[in-house]
Write a protein that binds this ligand. Structure first.
Ligand code: FCB
Length: 459
């Protein structure tokens, strides 16, 4: 399939990017692996959540997903062909430690050995994220992230991965989007483990922060050459109406959504409106343990979000965007300038090199009569957002990589398989992969963007 020649982001627009800018793709274990009952994998909270009636659109589950557990070599070959330099994936904690701690599952560890070796053989740098939401069910049975011991469980898990893969993997991320899985999992109860409880929410928040800091220490000592970061979603928080109450709710949402984790982890304090609620779970020395030096900021962004006033339990609710805004098929507003502003603001606030580790378009596209997928709306979205990223670089933000979400259409949490984020189409009956027009467009962009101003040492 031909890349669309009229794409706006030409090489000149990307000339501001450093010459060694990293182009890649991101995925996560539960969303693509499948093989949920294979190779000794234990249950995760998402296996449980998907079995609860009404949780997931269509009653879908990640049991088979993209069958990446068996087809990883084909998927790596696809990336190689598209010219990607890096691939961010997550390890399924219950695949390597079926009960979350204790007995190790060698078969599970072997799977990631094979994946990592395949990537390295293909010239693609592995970026390993320790946690993309699939907590072992056995640990949830002990309270999950609401249990302070979770920081120790996570540190032990980090040690296992550092020892096993630290010889070949340099890039480690602790958590993907802690504010999403903590707010949606323990505050609103929409995602696994489906808890909606104010106290559970603040405990989980603090323990995930502690777990991050403990894991950073473990990774540093066991994989001394590791380059370590965490991945945070950053979204402009806007009021869902012109009322002052909604303006207040949006400001509060910003503290929970954008700042509860990176402020604690990088600046060493909680945002003002959260500090008191977290305090009852904080022990002396915790903040120093949370705030450990890291090497980069992983930033995920899709769209602005909207706060709406409510009294309980957190003082803000999830609001909808006002009418008249252009949206993706999944319903998320399209607003590339907000992406530029988040990147520029994050660079100033946290003063770390930034890697964009997720950005993408949720569609519903299907192959045409010739079997081709012309996802021009995704191309337009990516073109606008990548252009906005280049503008942030021109404004002075130190941005060193962009990873599209996602390589493959996959299990999109509560939406099941109804929304497709891949630049590669997956036919979930046959598991056939078909690169969409956006995949060829992305490959062309990678080729065209090679060569910009040199930069200093990589962290
Ligand atoms: C992010 C998640 C990722 C994916 C995208 C669309 O919030 O990290 O797993 O679902 O949204």
């Amino acid at each position: 399939m031909q890349a669309r020649p009229q794409a706006r982001t030409g090489a000149n627009r990307l000339a501001v990017l450093p010459h060694d800018f990293i182009w890649g793709a991101s995925t996560s274990s539960y969303q693509i692996e499948g093989g949920a009952r294979e190779g000794g994998r234990g249950m995760s909270i998402w296996d449980t959540h998907c079995r609860e009636t009404g949780r997931i659109s269509g009653g879908h589950t990640g049991d088979a997903a993209c069958d990446h557990y068996h087809r990883y070599a084909e998927d790596v070959e696809l990336m190689r062909r598209l010219g990607m330099r890096a691939y961010r994936f997550s390890v399924a904690w219950p695949r390597v430690l079926p009960r979350g701690m204790g007995k190790i599952n060698e078969t599970g560890l072997d799977f990631y050995d094979r994946l990592i070796d395949e990537l390295l053989d293909s010239g693609i740098e592995p970026w390993l994220c320790l946690y993309h939401w699939d907590l072992p069910q056995a640990l949830d049975d002990l309270g999950g992230w609401t249990n302070r011991d979770s920081a120790g469980w996570f540190a032990d898990y980090a040690a296992l991965l550092a020892r096993r893969y630290g010889d070949r993997v340099r890039r480690f991320a602790t958590f993907n989007e802690p504010s999403v899985f903590v707010l949606f999992g323990y505050g609103f109860g929409w995602n696994a483990p489906g808890v909606a409880d104010r106290s559970a929410y603040f405990r989980a928040m603090h323990h995930v922060n502690l777990a991050h800091g403990r894991a950073v220490d473990v990774l540093r000592s066991l994989a001394p050459s590791a380059s370590i970061g965490a991945i945070h979603n950053r979204q402009k928080c806007l009021p869902s109406s012109s009322s002052p109450e909604d303006a207040h709710a949006a400001a509060l949402l910003d503290q929970h959504w954008n700042r509860a984790f990176p402020d604690a982890q990088i600046l060493g304090h909680y945002p003002p409106d959260l500090a008191e609620a977290v305090e009852s779970w904080t022990r002396p020395g915790d903040i120093a343990q949370i705030c450990r030096p890291i090497d980069w900021f992983g930033l995920n962004h899709y769209a602005p979000i909207y706060g709406k006033a409510t009294v309980a339990p957190l003082g803000f609710a999830w609001g909808d965007a006002p009418g008249g805004i252009e949206r993706t098929d999944i319903g998320w507003p399209i607003h590339a300038a907000a992406f530029r502003d988040e990147l520029a603001g994050t660079a100033v606030r946290y003063r770390l090199p930034i890697y964009v580790l997720e950005n993408g378009y949720g569609g519903r596209e299907q192959p045409d009569a010739e079997g081709r997928i012309d996802d021009r709306r995704r191309i337009d979205y990516l073109d606008a957002y990548i252009g906005a990223m280049a503008e942030a670089v021109a404004l002075g933000a130190d941005i060193r990589g962009y990873f599209v979400w996602s390589l493959l259409d996959n299990f999109e949490w509560g939406s099941g398989y109804n929304h497709r984020f891949g630049i590669v189409y997956v036919d979930f009956d046959s598991q056939r992969r078909i690169p969409k027009a956006s995949a060829e467009w992305y490959a062309a962009l990678i080729r065209a963007s090679a060569g910009g101003p040199p930069r200093g040492e990589e962290p």
